[in-house]
Design a protein around this ligand. Structure first.
Ligand code: SER
Length: 595
């Protein structure tokens, strides 16, 4: 079975159990500048796990592109990918453990053909926050999983979420395949990293909310959130040792072999380098080619992208590729995956262009690094010193992308020694800093469907309609980005908007707030919504059924929400800035203040 068949079978199976197939979401979370990437199918569904109504109902299924970078320097082993695809099915306050587990079992055995004897299951052992999950264990046992294949594990292993600091979470039950490899020790069990057991699927029972103070409270509804890794499952189905040997990678690796003249498997370091190049190029292609794609930069997700491209280039040099090559590999990725992610085909020119630009830029950065190294080395030698400091080695690494090995080689050539401990100390310091920064990011991130952002969301609808009433119907939303502090709204309009007109827009929004109008929501088909006159400018992104939010008699717009109940709570609306965003698109930044 290949990844295409697995994807189709999964979707069909859950459709036959009453699930609605929803589109994969963007890799760059919308309205959430504080989270770098979508890391699981549940991310875009957070509001619906906490009680909002999903327009497609209570049972959903999809495949989702995901990125988990963690520490990029660790990537390249046999089982970790920075980009992967996740199959998922969800119950939003509908079915719970019995159905979820029974369907997982049925899909694994009857549809995929795994034998019961190959399956190992883990369940939550219980603690002060939530009880031991004997219910799940009992369901597995009743389905025929022997007791000695069911393992109780603590929170580190069998609890999922919240994705940020607070939010929906719960105990999970994970499904592992026994690869048949010999156990590494007497205590080897699912979760051990030796490679005997490979996790392929996770059913999370999201019935808790983690609160700000670290306590857990019950959610208003019981949800199921599941995630199956496509690449790993295909590897297990086809008897491959690693995800890199599956069909998702065959052609990508063949291209790297062709460009480098090296063979996957010829030696450990070549295999490792080829994996890094394959993985990173795939991820970079998806980040740039996303519907909300971004270019490499020095901040946030753009910085992760830059590091991925540069690391791939570096490994390419290592295996002897001596020309610009990343875009060549990217073309193979686009050909392979464009069928499922048409945005890659639509954005092909942009993807290839950005990759080529970044690769060329990196080559010149490396040259600068080389000059910097030579300068410092010559000075040291002049002063009869002989050690390259950890700090310089780290600067070469961080600013110029020099791996430690390269600095070491250069040092040897100059007959200098290198303070490796010092380098590692700097490295750890830096890691700690970026970890803290990331945690900060998460804090304001996913869990943030706060009062402030909800208000700004409603204000955005009022602004959109006001702009159309004042400037004309050519105004169409092009983008919206909301943080706790402000809204940012991009829309089609050619010219700068003068202060007087901006004031009119601002006044119109404030009048609607004063009227304290109710906001109501209805679910209908996109066609019905358009017939009723609802604004809907992202047609290709909507599902069949949509939510339509109506603000009094003023505005009607297709939107996922959330929104406040009455406009009166918004306070005072103030436009802070009006500027150009791109050709024919203007941008307004605005805030709400308490009256
Ligand atoms: N959110 C869970 C996971 O990522 C299930 O999808 O494993």
């Amino acid at each position: 079975m290949n990844y295409k068949e697995l994807r189709n079978k999964y979707i069909q199976f859950f459709e036959s159990k009453g699930h609605k197939n929803i589109r994969p979401a963007s890799l760059i979370p919308e309205n959430d500048p504080t989270v770098l990437f979508t890391t699981a199918g549940m991310h875009p569904l957070v509001p619906y796990l906490t009680g909002q109504l999903h327009p497609e109902g209570k049972r959903l299924v999809n495949f989702q592109k995901c990125i988990r970078t963690g520490d990029i320097e660790d990537v390249g082993d046999a089982s970790h990918l920075t980009f992967f695809e996740m199959l998922g099915n969800w119950s939003l306050g509908d079915y719970f453990k019995k159905e979820a587990i029974s369907w997982s079992f049925e899909f694994l055995t009857a549809i995929l053909g795994f034998k019961t004897s190959q399956l190992h299951i883990t369940v939550f052992e219980g603690d002060n926050d939530a009880p031991r999950d004997e219910e799940s264990a009992g369901i597995w046992e009743a389905l025929g999983i022997p007791k000695n294949h069911i393992h109780y594990k603590p929170k580190e292993d069998n609890w999922w979420g919240p994705a940020g600091k607070t939010g929906p979470c719960g105990p999970d039950t994970e499904m592992f395949i026994d690869t048949g490899k010999e156990a590494c020790s007497k205590t080897c069990s699912p979760g051990c990293r030796c490679g005997k057991f490979i996790e392929i699927w996770n059913d999370v029972f999201m019935q808790y909310n983690k609160n700000d103070d670290g306590t857990f409270s019950r959610l208003s509804q019981q949800n199921v959130d599941t995630g199956m890794g496509i690449e790993r499952t295909v590897a297990m189905l086809t008897g491959k040792k690693t995800v890199y040997e599956t069909e998702s990678f065959t052609e990508i690796i063949a291209k790297i072999e062709e460009l480098s003249g090296k063979k996957y498997g010829e030696s450990d370091w070549v295999t490792h380098a080829i994996r890094v190049i394959a993985d990173h190029t795939r991820t970079a292609t998806f980040i740039i080619g996303d519907e909300r794609g971004i270019p490499p930069s020095n901040v946030g997700s753009g910085y992760v992208l830059r590091r991925l491209i540069r690391r791939a280039v570096r490994y390419g040099m290592k295996i002897g590729i001596n020309k610009t090559f990343i875009s060549e590999i990217s073309k193979v990725v686009i050909d392979l995956m464009g069928e499922f992610y048409p945005e890659l085909i639509q954005n092909k020119a942009r993807i290839l262009d950005e990759l080529e630009k970044e690769e060329t830029k990196f080559e010149s950065t490396l040259q600068h690094g080389m000059n910097e190294f030579n300068k410092v080395a010559d000075k040291l030698l002049e002063n009869n010193q002989n050690t390259i400091s950890g700090r310089l080695a780290f600067k070469l690494y961080d600013t110029y992308g020099f791996p430690l090995e390269l600095t070491k080689e250069l040092a040897v050539e100059k007959k200098l020694s290198l303070d490796e401990d010092g380098f590692h100390k700097e490295f750890e310091k830096h890691k700690e800093l970026s970890r803290t920064a990331q945690q900060q990011n998460f804090k304001g991130g996913l869990a943030d469907h706060s009062e402030e952002t909800t208000k700004l969301h409603t204000a955005t609808h009022l602004l959109h309609t006001s702009l159309r009433k004042i400037l004309g119907d050519h105004v169409q939303q092009k983008g919206s980005n909301i943080t706790v502090e402000r809204l940012r709204f991009d829309f089609t309009h050619n010219d700068k908007i003068d202060d007087e007109t901006l004031k009119k827009v601002e006044n119109m929004v404030n009048e609607q707030i004063k009227k304290d109008m109710p906001i109501t929501m209805q679910v209908m088909t996109l066609e019905e919504a358009k017939k009723k006159g609802a604004l809907a400018f992202f047609s290709d992104k909507y599902e069949e059924n949509v939510k339509v939010y109506t603000v009094g008699d003023f505005s009607m717009e297709v939107c996922g929400g959330p929104h406040v109940e009455r406009t009166g709570v918004l306070g005072k609306f103030i436009i802070q800035k009006e500027q150009s965003s791109s050709a024919g698109v203007r941008r307004i930044k605005a805030i709400l203040v308490k009256e």
